[in-house]
Design a protein around this ligand. Sequence first.
Ligand SMILES: *Cc1c(COP(=O)(O)O)cnc(C)c1O
Length: 217
Amino acid sequence: MTLETITERIHHAEIAAERAPGSVCLIAVSKIQPLERVESVLQLGHRIFGENRVQEAAGKWPDLQQRYGDCELHLLGPLQTNKARQAMELFDVIHSLDRPKLATTLARLAQDAGKCPGLFIQVNTGEEPQKAGIAPADVDRFVADCSGMDLSISGLMCIPPADEDASVHFTVLADMAARNGLTGLSMGMSDDFETAIAKGATHVRVGSAIFGTRTEG
Ligand SMILES: *Cc1c(COP(=O)(O)O)cnc(C)c1O
């Protein structure tokens, strides 16, 4: 598939869901992809990208941005507190705020820097032990705690269990966001971004459908 196809499918999904055209942000997830694939998407004019690891992103994006101009970079993967400072310098948005200690660290760094990336709280909607994220029962309190630390939260993010109907998880996430007064919803990947848009996604994270299959590990 191509960027153009995905953009078109997003447009149709927006219309089908009676959402404003252009209201959904497409994050092209470039992790692990060969550089030439990333550059071909940059050459098409796309400027919003997602990465999973601080180190990997730091290795390629400063140079790519020098050559193609500023991009909006989103961190999607787990963030260690000792990489938080570097992440804040590199990324415009962090989607993986998943524990109180990270919130405390980000709040302190944001105070020092006088600015803060956009922040999504990752929710472990499937309550999977191996997956990061705030447990559903703790979300309301965590949102309040973040506000108490002066952290501005853009919305909620989830990665549904691979073997379950994603739409159920998208609905749960949308409800949690609504009752906490949060407007951002980071949900939907290559296989389910249209479903996510129907459920209110504001940010979809699409990798392999744009760039092709990743050869991981
Ligand atoms: C890799 C990844 C994606 C993109 O996955 P695809 O299935 O390739 O679209 C989206 N979100 C997160 C958090 C990821 O780690």
